[in-house]
Structure formats: structure tokens, C-alpha cells
Design a protein around this ligand. Structure first.
Ligand SMILES: *Cc1c(COP(=O)(O)O)cnc(C)c1O
Length: 495
């Protein structure tokens, strides 16, 4: 299987090369040239497998320059029982006979980013070896919370790599900060930047493009790479859990063979829902892919208007911060797929986005967008009401991001009359967002740090995940705060 850039089909590389490079030199994103189909026999095999085996088999369909043994070894380490609280890596919990929560947050950092970031270090280090890259790989991450911790946990003490995370000093939740500054590992660094997330992000982008810095690193035998979802190595592992969820529902007798199941995903960068789209192209009987946004509803408008993307709008800080985003980078891959790999068109639209903050694909792709996708959004008030409602009615506690998806799912069903069974992606533990969750239940919390966990436990009767509870006993290791103008000097920490 070969990979091409969304902006230039003539640039063809192997999977290992695509993962090692992260992003194409023309700024495009690497995509497979075709979607492998799952045969009936393979489906039968998948039904009998555990999650680690399923993930290895799905990845093997895309990463054809990796051996089955290699991938099986990686998934066994990435999704080890002791990291995911047992054998049930991604439990499917039914809220109703036809609403199934796919809990993607049982990994070490309690958010769905672990599903990809536990795998990426294995895929990346193997890819560097396969492509003959001798240098040590330095992962730079700007984070608003979840990605930073998940990347730290994934790359900690991985030979041949170093990782450096920048977070906005006042822009992450107390729990997220505690998770990052207590991170163990000899190859990790965490730095707070004075400013907001955008400042941290632009500062990191400056480092990436600074020629002098690249030269200096090279002299020390180092190179840069990225751990966000523009890297195919982060997207590919996410396809597996949609295939696995379908198998689980079938195995539990909750759906019939071949029955269509919808999927609803709380969406920010469009990575998670794109993985569901790819699972559908592989032959999993998925129906509508329902894209759920918070008040930053640029994607809702995109689908409502049949393909007009316009980021010229106010940015809102919400109770579901991991979805506070106005440029959903993986949408570029969807345009590439839907247009029959029209790289010229994608490049033109992405240039327009960079130039005008806007593009329009409604005339060519409108009908296809409507066939596969539905979309809706949910503000903070509706998010809180949803958390309370499903807790009162179902005794099920969910986080703010997941509540956005549950609300939009109900909205879709009421408006469309489509009551096909639905898989709702549950993306974070409610204990990562104690304050808004407890407030939604009518019990505001005014403490910071790990006391919040006990407060939410008392209110909900649910137990906080072990990795969060353990933070209370950990000593902070990183307290460096730098001005964004001084970010280059922090690279000395890597040398
Ligand atoms: C990152 C994240 C999302 C958004 O996922 P995308 O792949 O960026 O669309 C949703 N919920 C949580 C909790 C996240 O951390």
C-alpha cells in the first residue's frame, strides 16, 4: 500500500516513510491510495479476536511494510492490560437497546488520545529504523491539555526519542497541568509558555520552520517530528476501535449480521470521525457519521451548507476544551477521498483557507457529504443538561465532550427519524473535567488538585480512574515558565 500527499499525488511513499515524515513537504497530509476491504472470512476471524489482535490485523491492512509479528508485538505493548485496566481495552456500554457508548478512555491518561499515542511511539521508532534514519527523534507538542499528557506517556523512556511539551501557563485544567508536570521519564521535558494555546502553537511552529535550529539539532544527531493527528501513524490506530465495536455488538447479539449502525463522534480536528469514515470504506456496515461540535460549530455549518467552510467567526472557550478549534485539519483528507483523490482541487481549497479563512466545495462534493454525514452542535448549557439527564435516568456519568455527542445524537434522531442503532464515541473520563461535570449535577466544586476527584466521587458514587487518583502522591518535576519570545532557548534542554 502506498501513500500520497493530499496536495500532490505524484509524491508516493511507503507507510513507514509517511509516518517518519509526519507531514508532506508540500504541507499536504499523507493518505492511502486505496481502502483495503475486509473479507467475510476476515470478519469471522475478527469476531474471535481480542482487541490487541483486532488492532494488529486492521493496521496490517494499511501498514503493509510492517510484518504481522511486528504489529502484534506493538499492540500487545501499547494496549497492555495493566495500562488499560484489564482485557476489555475499549468497553462498549449500552445506554439503551440502541445507544452504545464506545469508551475510549481507559488508557493511562484517561482520554481517547491514548488509543493512538500509545501506538505511535512503536510505529514511529520502527519507521525511523525502516527508512534508515539514524538521528534521535525529538517530538515537539503544543497542547491545550489532553494531547500533551498522552504524548508524554506514550514517548516516556522510548529509546531513540525525546519529547518536549509546551502548554499555555493559564490555559489547561488543574488536573491536566498536574498530569503533565508530574510526568516520569528521562527523555521528557515540560515547559509552560506565558500566553494562550495559540501562542504556544505558533511558538512551536516557529521552531519547526527555523532553518538555523534544524541545523543545530542535526549537528547533535537530532531531528524534529510531530505527534498530532496530521501524522498517519496517529490516525491509523483509531480505525480499529470502530471495527472492534461493531464486532462486539454483533457478538453480544445487540445487532444482526450486516445491520447498519450509525456513529456519533465529538469532533475537534476531525481525526476521530475520519477514522470511522475509513472503517466504513473497509466494509463495516456503518450508516450516518454524525459530527458533534460544541459552540465552535464551524463543522456543523460546513455540513449544513453542503460544503462551505468558514473559520471567520468568534472563538469560544467552552467546557469541552479539546473541541475548541476552528481549523479541523483532517477535513483535508476527507476532501481528498470524496473527490476521487483530486489533489489539484484540495491544494486550491487549502490555499484559499490559508488566504481567506474560507473555501467552498458545495458544487462538487455537497451530495456526497450529505450521504455519509450528519452534523449538529451543543452549547455548554445543553451539555450540562445532558450530563444531568443521563446521570439521573441511566446512572451513567459522562464527561463534557461525550455529552456533546449524546445531545447531538438525540437531536439527529428527533430531526431525521433515523433510529438505527448508534455507537457514540466516549472520549474522556468525567474525572478529567471534574468541575463542569459536578456543576452539571448541581454540586459545584471549589477545590483544585486531586481533592476534586473525591468531591466528584462523593457526588456521583462513581470511582475516579487509578491514574488520576495516583497523581496526588506524585511530586511535580517541571516548573519552568518561559516567555514565548524565549522558546528557542528551551531547546538546549534537548541537547
Ligand atoms: C481530542 C479530543 C476530541 C476531538 O477529537 P478529534 O480527533 O480532534 O476530532 C474530543 N474529545 C476529547 C476528550 C479529546 O481529547
Amino acid at each position: 500500500m502506498e501513500y500520497v500527499s493530499t496536495r500532490n499525488k505524484n509524491l508516493r511513499v511507503s507507510a513507514a516513510k509517511a509516518i517518519a515524515m509526519g507531514i508532506a513537504p508540500d504541507g499536504g497530509l499523507f493518505c492511502p491510495t486505496e481502502f483495503p476491504r475486509l473479507s467475510h472470512d476476515e470478519f469471522v476471524q475478527l469476531m474471535r479476536m481480542d482487541y490487541k489482535q483486532r488492532a494488529a490485523m486492521i493496521l496490517g491492512k494499511f501498514l503493509t511494510d510492517f510484518t504481522a509479528e511486528e504489529l502484534q508485538h506493538f499492540t500487545e505493548q501499547a494496549y497492555a492490560d495493566e495500562k488499560f485496566g484489564g482485557k476489555d481495552t475499549v468497553p462498549v456500554v449500552s445506554l439503551a437497546a440502541d445507544v452504545h457508548m464506545l469508551e475510549l478512555w481507559h488508557g493511562p491518561t484517561c482520554a481517547f488520545k491514548d488509543m493512538a499515542l500509545q501506538m505511535l511511539p512503536h510505529l514511529l521508532t520502527a519507521s525511523l529504523k525502516k527508512t534508515g534514519e539514524p538521528r534521535t527523534c525529538c517530538i515537539l507538542v503544543a497542547t491545550s491539555g489532553d494531547t500533551g499528557k498522552a504524548a508524554l506517556e506514550g514517548f516516556a523512556d522510548v529509546p531513540g526519542t525525546k519529547i518536549m511539551v509546551y502548554y499555555p501557563v493559564d490555559g489547561v485544567s488543574p488536573m491536566q497541568k498536574l498530569q503533565m508536570v508530574t510526568q516520569q521519564g528521562e527523555n521528557v521535558e515540560v515547559v509552560a509558555i506565558k500566553g494562550n494555546f495559540d501562542d504556544a502553537q505558533s511558538a512551536v511552529k516557529c521552531i519547526f520552520t527555523d532553518k538555523e535550529t534544524a541545523k543545530r539539532l542535526d549537528e547533535h544527531g537530532l531531528m524534529f517530528s510531530s505527534a498530532n493527528s496530521i501524522n498517519w501513524g496517529r490516525l491509523a490506530p483509531q480505525i480499529a476501535y470502530y471495527v472492534s465495536a461493531y464486532c462486539d455488538l454483533l457478538g453480544a447479539g445487540k445487532i444482526q449480521h450486516g445491520q447498519t449502525v450509525n456513529v456519533c463522534v465529538p469532533t475537534g480536528n476531525f481525526g476521530n470521525i475520519l477514522a470511522a469514515y475509513i472503517a466504513k470504506q473497509m466494509g463495516v456496515p456503518l450508516g450516518k457519521l454524525i459530527c458533534a461540535s460544541n459552540q465552535n460549530n464551524v463543522l456543523t455549518d460546513f455540513f449544513a451548507q453542503g460544503g462551505v467552510y468558514d473559520r471567520n467567526r468568534p472563538f469560544y472557550t467552552t467546557d469541552s476544551p479539546s473541541m475548541d478549534i476552528l481549523i479541523s485539519s483532517n477535513l483535508e483528507r476527507l476532501l481528498f477521498f470524496l473527490s476521487g483523490q483530486n489533489d489539484v482541487m484540495v491544494k486550491e481549497k487549502m490555499d484559499a483557507l490559508a488566504r481567506d479563512g474560507r473555501y467552498d466545495v458545495s458544487d462538487t462534493l455537497g451530495a456526497q457529504l450529505a450521504a455519509d454525514f450528519a452534523a449538529g452542535f451543543c452549547d455548554d448549557t445543553q451539555t450540562a443538561q445532558t450530563i444531568k439527564k443521563i446521570f439521573d435516568e441511566q446512572k451513567y456519568l459522562c464527561d463534557t465532550h461525550t455529552a456533546v455527542a449524546v445531545h447531538v445524537c438525540e437531536q439527529y434522531r428527533a430531526q431525521s427519524g433515523d433510529h438505527a442503532p448508534v455507537i457514540v464515541a466516549s472520549t474522556a473520563s468525567p474525572f478529567k473535567f471534574c468541575k463542569p461535570v459536578a456543576a452539571a449535577l448541581g454540586h459545584p466544586i471549589d477545590t483544585d488538585g486531586t481533592e476534586q476527584l473525591a468531591a466528584l466521587e462523593a457526588v456521583s458514587g462513581c470511582k475516579a480512574p487509578e491514574p488520576l487518583a495516583a497523581l496526588g502522591a506524585k511530586t511535580p518535576r517541571f516548573d519552568r515558565v518561559v516567555d514565548k519570545a524565549d522558546i528557542l532557548s528551551t531547546l538546549d534542554l534537548l541537547l
